[in-house]
Every structure is written in structure tokens, then in C-alpha cells.
Design a protein around this ligand. Sequence first.
Ligand SMILES: NC(=O)c1ccc[n+]([C@@H]2O[C@H](COP(=O)([O-])OP(=O)(O)OC[C@H]3O[C@@H](n4cnc5c(N)ncnc54)[C@H](O)[C@@H]3O)[C@@H](O)[C@H]2O)c1
Ligand SMILES: O=c1ccn([C@@H]2O[C@H](COP(=O)(O)OP(=O)(O)O[C@H]3O[C@H](CO)[C@@H](O)[C@H](O)[C@H]3O)[C@@H](O)[C@H]2O)c(=O)[nH]1
Length: 438
Amino acid sequence: MKVTVIGTGYVGLVSGVCYAEIGHEVTCIDVNQDKIAQLRKGKSPIFEPNLEELMNKNIHNGKLQFTDNYLDGIEHAEVILIAVGTPCKQDGTADLQFVESVAANIALYIKKYAVIVIKSTVPVGTNHYIGELIKKNLVHDTDFDMVSNPEFLREGTAIKDTFNGDRIVLGSDSSKALAIVEELHKQFNIPYFLTDTRSAEMIKYAANAFLATKISFINEIAKICEKVGANVEDVALGMGKDKRIGEHFLKAGIGYGGSCFPKDTKALVQIAGNVEHDFELLRSVIKVNIGQQQALIEKAISYFGDLSEKKIAILGLSFKPNTDDMRDAASVVITDKLISLGASVIAYDPVTIENAKKILNPRVTFNTNINEVMYDADCVFILTEWDQIKQIDLRVAGRLMKNPVFFDGRNCFTLEEAQRAEIDYFSIGRSAVIRNFD
Ligand SMILES: NC(=O)c1ccc[n+]([C@@H]2O[C@H](COP(=O)([O-])OP(=O)(O)OC[C@H]3O[C@@H](n4cnc5c(N)ncnc54)[C@H](O)[C@@H]3O)[C@@H](O)[C@H]2O)c1
Ligand SMILES: O=c1ccn([C@@H]2O[C@H](COP(=O)(O)OP(=O)(O)O[C@H]3O[C@H](CO)[C@@H](O)[C@H](O)[C@H]3O)[C@@H](O)[C@H]2O)c(=O)[nH]1
């Protein structure tokens, strides 16, 4: 099938590569000419395991091409997928300007029947609105149908998720279009969930909001665990054994970040507000998450009293491991706050330092050598559970530091490991391990 993907961010690029991998002829369009030039040279603009290899394989076998020219991409397409960003506006609502601009270009260049699929996360009613917008501005008298196909991939495991998703959600009122989009995904061999357009749009927000709710819930439980002497890891495991609850997304930490949960939870509060429903539960989920980003700082203040003049080593900057994405990463808020409290901050991350430099407070310094970052530090903050960080020897690391004190926001180590290392170790939802030299 001839497929055109518009937008080469995470979703567009991964989808384009995976559709090519299952045999479709894929053209990816982006308005960012530098990105297109880089992609044509076989360089992936994002860090995602296996993506660059798979991309190059499909460029070389002629299945995958990149362009900034809409005419090239739209003219012959049987399916056009919209995968541009829908960032958060100041008031929390989803900004549809990129989707609207794509709609204007499709209206200009579409010449024969195609199915237009919205993969971007968009508020309920957007597929209808964009369909009407295209119809109103069509230059050539052409028929088309709209299909909502929300994307559920996770960064860091995006290719694996595309080939092994739990379901493919498709929403449309055209059975002809649905049959074409089912055919497009056939080789993935993943069950379809077919529904109406508005429900498909809502499934995406509801799924992300529910996962975010699980995270804020376990983070609240973690706070109570610390006070009553329970261990949140065991509590989550014990809860998760109940199939009705499930074991996933119950990992306590310094809150959820990334390009989706923060923006989509805020957007859903606004979607509810537009129909006069106060989504109180979700507002609390967001509030708990903002508070959770301060958890390590509160622990450090209660340990040291004052953080001014303290040298703090940060391990991990991206919002989760195996990605270089810094969007809404907890490290942004945490490093800013530490600097405002007078601390000096030096940071390590195995892949995202270049992206971090563009976003973090300019007073943060960086080093790609994890041992050098910890050298002479008053304490370490662990913000991302990269393997390189989980593999450090706490005892050896402690000896490099001025004070062997660790604040672990991702529970990377067992309490026994911390005990053996003779360090002071504070984590989330578990008892602190304090050295006892007497
Ligand atoms: N990132 C994820 O893991 C993920 C997962 C599921 C769903 N989503 C949703 O998918 C959508 C895309 O997210 P992303 O993170 O891939 O986006 P992104 O912001 O990283 O990338 C969007 C790309 O679209 C391009 N673009 C903007 N306007 C354009 C236009 N008019 N024509 C062509 N290209 C244009 C930009 O240059 C950019 O390369 C969002 O709605 C997001 O919520 C994201
Ligand atoms: O038990 C958990 C699980 C995750 N997180 C945090 O939650 C955030 C998001 O993690 P994850 O969901 O793994 O990453 P994303 O790539 O943001 O993926 C989410 O957002 C995407 C964009 O909408 C969806 O497609 C995915 O299904 C959804 O999982 C990260 O900061 C994680 O550290 C926790 O704190 N505890």
C-alpha cells in the first residue's frame, strides 16, 4: 500500500519505519528541512533502540523515503497518516495548529480518494473538525474518509510496542475506510478494537489518564509507607498480584514526565471542563505528580538542613531510560529548584546531555563520566533508572564522594545493597538506610 506519514517525530518516524518494515511503500513528510536532510542521510533525530538500523534497512530497500514536499507525498497516497505534535497551550488545552496546517496542505494536494488517519492525540471531535476543514478547502473535487487511530507506543520501546501492541484502536463511520486501515495493519497481527470516532479519540486520553492515576496513587501510598514503616515495592507487588489491579504502572518514584502524560492529563481536564464537568480526580492526580517531583529535595533538606554550597551530583536526566527525550522530565524542575536553593549541580546522563543543555538551567554543568560526576559530591540524586546507573557499585561510588549520601528517586537499589555499601540511602516509599559507625 502507498502510505504517507506527516510528521517525523517519535510517532511519525517509528510508524513510518514499521509500516515500511511490513512491506508498505512509505513517504514521510516533515516541514523541518534540517530533519529531512538528516533522515535522508540515514541519521535518526531521536535516540530509540534499533530505530536507526531498521530505518536504514528500509531506506536502502526502497520502501522508505523522506521529503519536505507535500505534493510528492500526497499525490499518490492511498492512506495519509497525520502524526504531528499536539502540544499543551498555556491553559492546558491541546494546540491543534500543526494538525490544522497539515489539513490545509492535504486539501491543497489531494487529487484522488485516500483515507486520512489521525494518529496524533487529539481532543474528542477533532477528526470531525479536521474532515470538515479539508472538505471546505479542497482544491480538487476528491472524496476522502477520516479514521481515528490513536497511538499507544512508549518511548524507548517504540518499535517493540508497534509490533506487539495489545490492540489497534480504529474509529470511523466509514466501513470502506476501516477496511483499508485494517488491511494496512494486517501484518502486525494485533487485535483490532473498532469503534466510533469520538470514542476512539476518548480512549487515548482515558488510557493515559488512567495510567497516570495509577502512578500518582502508588506515589501517595509510598508517602504513607515511609511514615508507617512499610515497603512500597512489596505493597505494589502484593497489590499487582490481583489481576483486577495488575502489576504494571505501580512503580513509585519522582512522578511521571515525558511528552504525553503531563500534557494529556491537562488536556483531558480541559475537555471535561468544556462540557461543564469538573474532573476532580484527574486534577488531584496532576497535583500529586507536581508535589512528587519535590520528594528528593524535601529529603535532602531534612538531611542537610540547608542545600546552599552543597555539590549535588545528578544521575539521569531524560524522563525515563532508553530515550533522549527531555520533555517534561522531572530533572528540569529538580535541577532548577536545587540551583535556586544555592546548590551547585553537576549532571550525568548516558545519552541526553546535548538535549539537556538546551533546556536545563545554564548553571548546571555536565560530565559524561559517571565517576567524575560523583567525585567530591555532598550527595547524589538519582533521577532516571538507566542500566548504567543501576549498575554502579554503591560502596565504590560512596568512597568517591565527600559524603556518601544517595537520594534515589527511582528505587534502583535494594535496601540490602544500600546497607552493605555503608552509605546513607534515601529512596521512595521505603525506610531510609543510615550508616551506623558506633
Ligand atoms: N511521543 C510519543 O511517545 C507519543 C506516543 C503516542 C502518541 N503521541 C502523540 O502523537 C503526536 C506526535 O507526537 P510526537 O512526540 O511524535 O511529536 P513531535 O512533536 O516530536 O514531532 C512532530 C513532528 O511534526 C512536524 N510537523 C509540525 N508541523 C508539521 C506540518 N504542518 N507538516 C509536516 N510536519 C510537521 C515537526 O517538525 C516534528 O518533526 C502527538 O499528538 C502526541 O501526543 C506521542
Ligand atoms: O510505574 C510507573 C510507570 C511509569 N512511570 C513514569 O511515567 C512516565 C511515562 O512512562 P511511560 O508510560 O513508560 O512512557 P511514555 O513513552 O510517556 O508512554 C506513555 O505515553 C505515550 C504517549 O501518549 C503512550 O502512547 C504510552 O502508551 C504511555 O505509556 C515516565 O516518567 C516514567 O518514569 C512511573 O513513575 N511509574
